[in-house]
Design a binder for this molecule. Structure first.
Ligand code: CA
Length: 136
């Protein structure tokens, strides 16, 4: 089954580029350009991973990240940021982001990070299930 990627990004060219490349690489990618809509889609749909821009016109990416994680802790989020300052990274990780991509990025880096984070979460999931099986 295809992994569903939600991209929340307000810069249209970047959003379209990410969606095209993710779809070409076998993901099912959907896009939102506003934070509010993105958050609603994230919570409503069965999404496997989110690429979330830090700077959105209506909401701060960190607030969106925090809110989504509050309701869906096991949904991985990769933040897209133009800042590479350490304090932003630490703040983002404290709020629950699972990885970072700094603009400008290469599509290969994005794909590699998406796959790595998904792998990490799948392994985590399997371990959880194994533990549960052991107890029954
Ligand atoms: Ca932006």
């Amino acid at each position: 089954m295809k992994k569903k990627v939600l991209v929340i990004e307000d810069e249209k060219a970047i959003l379209q580029g990410l969606l095209d490349n993710l779809n070409e690489e076998g993901f099912e990618a959907i896009g939102e350009s506003l934070g509010k809509n993105g958050m609603e889609t994230a919570l409503r749909e069965d999404i496997d991973i989110i690429l979330l821009d830090l700077m959105l016109p209506d909401m701060n990416g960190l607030d969106i990240c925090k809110e989504i994680k509050k309701q869906k802790i096991a949904l991985p989020i990769i933040m897209i940021t133009t800042k590479s300052g350490e304090s932003d990274k630490i703040l983002g990780l404290e709020l629950g982001a699972d990885d970072y991509i700094t603009k400008p990025f290469s599509i290969n880096e994005v794909l590699a990070r998406v796959r790595a984070v998904l792998r990490r979460f799948e392994i985590h999931d399997k371990v959880k299930h194994q533990k549960l099986e052991n107890y029954t």
